[in-house]
Write a protein that binds this ligand. Structure first.
Ligand code: NAD
Length: 466
């Protein structure tokens, strides 16, 4: 079964609960626009050809939003599946975007930085000239194999092709801060997933149902993938929640430490060596697939799709699975895990933090002002006046450190993370309440919440009400 078929089977299940008509369901599942490009780039006097796609799953709200992936495994089906997940994701966290995704079939590790820049600019030129990248219509962000570096190259390309677009900075999100990015975007997906996990531990009924230990830090955690999402999630869990992460997996193997891995040291090591094989931090085992079958409480696939399938599902021992990656569990494996009583928090909710903060970045770009810029000093002055008044009334003198602490108003990152936390927690409550009402899995409830909102939109647009 393809990735797209897997996603659509989940859609079918929840659409049935909502009594969707066949024609509406067909429209919902269809890809609204799609481009396939062949990019020829001259490198070392030879033409190198690359195939890329950008799929817009839904234009019901514009712009459509979704990452751009660089991988040898990119194909049209996966790109369409990932675009559809973006539509459902945005609806769940109430972000006013349609869903899109793009990809280039390439192994970025085989090219130098200047070659990658030339390839990215050629790819971006094709997409921009055909309306598949624009602040108003279609806005990419980093995904597997891309980062703020690629977003900056795309931004430069867009700016040179459309110099009269005053909102040009909004053509991509996840770009560097000095080019109109937002503080906190790189960490946003991982940080959002941490908020999801914290929210789970505020719900004692879920802890009981999934047989977890009461406190987050008492549970043993395994994370697959130490890229953007996996490493930032690990960093927040380790530093803010004192979580015990006993294994981290990468494509060549996994690092295991029953007492918990020192994540800060691993991040430093990974930056220098681009691998996690550090005997000082744990035992490295070069059997990557074994990772998913280890004993643990919480398993977090944060690398790629389709890693838990009918082939290995019976060996998975986790009590709770957090789908940090998109589509890590196949439809059939999902059924098996559900029957076994494994609690699964689905991708369309879990990893939505990236698009939430991308939305803040896009709003910042099109409003041309940094969050908090106008009111910060005014608020500080008012706080000083209040402290002064209290001091006078109580005949005391507040010390300098306390004043400094209180005065530290919200900076851009604080605001972005505050909005992120709010979005993730509100969405959790909505799915949680729906689950109680429809008595289905957390995944079906998440799709239910999403599809209901999208249907409402279509009905408002004049589609027949059914
Ligand atoms: P990334 O490229 O930064 O990291 C992926 C990591 O997984 C890499 O370190 C890679 O070496 C590792 N990996 C590859 N194959 C593996 C294997 N077989 N076993 C273990 N590790 C393996 O990508 P990312 O941005 O962290 O994205 C990871 C997942 O999260 C993807 O499914 C992506 O679509 C999803 N996601 C990312 C974002 C974002 O903001 N970056 C947002 C939402 C969803």
């Amino acid at each position: 079964m393809s990735f797209k078929e897997n996603v659509n089977l989940h859609v079918d299940k929840s659409a049935k609960l909502l009594n969707f008509s066949d024609d509406l369901l067909e429209h919902l599942k269809s890809i609204h626009s799609l481009i396939k490009v062949n990019v020829g780039v001259v490198l070392d006097e030879k033409i190198h050809n690359f195939t890329g796609w950008r799929a817009v799953h839904s234009e019901h709200i514009l712009p459509s939003k979704g990452g751009l992936r660089y991988s040898e495994n990119v194909d049209q089906d996966d790109t369409e599946a990932l675009a559809s997940l973006m539509t459902y994701k945005c609806a769940i966290v109430n972000i006013p975007f349609g869903g899109a995704k793009g990809g280039l079939k390439i192994n970025p590790k085989n090219y130098t930085m200047s070659e990658l820049r030339a390839i990215t600019k050629a790819f971006a030129t094709k997409l921009i000239n055909r309306g598949f990248i624009s602040p108003a219509l279609n806005v990419p962000a980093p995904d597997v194999g891309t980062s703020e570096r690629e977003m900056e190259w795309i931004l430069d390309t867009y700016k040179s092709l459309k110099p009269d677009d005053i909102n040009y900075r909004g053509c991509v999100t996840g770009k560097p801060l000095h080019r109109g990015g937002i503080a906190g975007r790189t960490e946003a997906t991982g940080r959002g997933i941490e908020e999801v996990i914290r929210e789970i531990f505020r719900h004692k009924d879920i802890i009981k149902e999934s047989n977890l230990k009461n406190e987050l830090k008492e549970n043993e955690i395994i994370i697959q993938g130490f890229g953007n999402v996996g490493s930032n999630l690990a960093k927040h869990l380790y530093n803010r929640d004192k979580a015990k992460i006993i294994a981290i997996g990468e494509r060549d193997g996994y690092l295991f430490n029953k007492n918990g891995i020192d994540i800060n040291a691993l991040i430093e090591f990974y930056k220098k060596n681009e691998n996690i094989n550090n005997p000082k931090l744990g035992e490295f085992k070069n059997n990557p697939s074994e990772l998913l079958e280890l004993n643990c409480d919480i398993l977090i696939p944060a690398a790629l799709e389709n890693v838990i399938t009918i082939k290995n599902v019976n060996k998975v021992k986790a009590k709770l699975i957090i789908e940090a990656a998109n589509g890590p569990i196949s439809f059939e494996a999902d059924q098996k895990l559900h029957d076994k009583g494994v609690f699964i928090i689905p991708d369309i909710y879990v990893n939505a933090g990236g698009v939430v903060v991308s939305y803040f970045e896009w709003v910042k770009d099109i409003s041309h002002i940094r969050f908090g810029r106008v009111e910060k000093r005014f608020q500080e002055q008012k706080i000083l006046e209040i402290i002064d008044l209290i001091d006078k009334k109580t005949n005391t003198k507040t010390d300098f450190d306390t004043i400094k602490n209180i005065l530290h108003g919200a900076d851009e990152e604080d605001l972005a993370f505050s909005g992120l936390e709010d979005s993730m927690r509100n969405a959790f409550t909505e799915i949680y309440k729906t689950r109680k009402q429809i008595k289905k899995s957390f995944r079906e409830s998440a799709y239910y919440v999403s599809l209901k909102k999208i249907r409402n939109f279509y009905t408002d647009e004049g589609f027949p009400k059914r």
